[in-house]
Design a protein around this ligand. Structure first.
Ligand code: C5P
Length: 237
């Protein structure tokens, strides 16, 4: 389960990042760098994570014209990012250009191809928020599945979605298409701004390939203990 748990390093405090990554070293396989960690550590942190046996998920949620996103993704690939995401709503052409660029950068540098993910609908948005913000005729889950199919057709490896949508995504995209799920809240944790949530155990039971957890670990009084409890839940203990 260590390799299915991605810890979101959502802080720009370098000392805290050092402390968290050192403390969680033996029990966590993946760290996620969003803009905060990225602004503090920069791209130079990728080799450090790699040398210490971690995998890095670069969560910068690219969303731009195809040429720009292709270049962004190519840069991240050359620097050794293991997982990179972009908003699937950026469109088929954007995602296809990103795939092409990642593959080319990987072939040129000899660095393994990164996992490319499309972000569907943020897990902080519920059905009402979706209707209000997107003005769509579709139901939220149908839009998630639609974007997942688009991402798959464009050559991405998977999507970011809520654990609540794993089953319909699997039905539409099959078992080899990755589903990475934030919106994870153990019973003892505050949901905060997350809306489409499940517990770690439920996400694993529903078939999540990876779960992403931030505040329940990094804001816990004892992050190591919190991560251990989540891993136990994932193992069904
Ligand atoms: O603190 P929490 O566990 O809610 O953190 C979830 C992490 O996953 C955050 O870093 C957030 O940016 C990210 N994320 C998300 N929903 C998405 C995509 C990414 O919550 N759809």
């Amino acid at each position: 389960m260590k390799d299915k748990l991605i810890v979101a390093l959502d802080t720009d405090d370098g000392e805290e990042i050092n402390w968290l990554s050192g403390t969680l070293m033996d029990i966590v396989g993946w760290f996620k760098m969003g803009f905060q960690a990225f602004s503090e550590l920069g791209i130079e942190a990728f080799p450090w994570f790699d040398q210490n046996g971690y995998k890095v998920f670069v969560d910068l949620k690219f969303h731009d014209i195809p040429n720009t996103v292709a270049r962004d993704v190519g840069t991240m690939t050359k620097q050794g990012a293991h997982m990179i995401n972009m908003h699937a709503s950026g469109g088929f052409e954007m995602m296809q250009a990103a795939r092409f660029s990642a593959d080319e950068a990987s072939d040129d540098s000899g660095i393994p191809k990164p996992i490319l993910l499309g972000v569907t609908i943020l897990t902080s948005i519920d059905e009402t928020g979706f209707q209000q913000n997107f003005g769509s005729e579709r139901q939220l889950t149908d839009q998630v599945v639609y974007l997942a199919q688009l991402a798959q057709a464009a050559g991405l490896d998977g999507v970011v979605a809520s654990p609540l949508e794993i089953e319909p995504i699997r039905k539409a995209c099959g078992n080899n298409f990755l589903v990475v799920t934030p919106g994870i809240r153990p019973k003892w944790a505050d949901p905060g701004d997350q809306r489409r949530i499940t517990t770690p155990a439920e996400a694993i039971n529903r078939g999540a390939d990876f779960i992403v957890v931030g505040r329940p670990i990094i804001e816990a009084e004892d992050p190591l203990e919190a991560a251990r409890k989540i891993l136990d839940e994932m193992r069904g203990m």
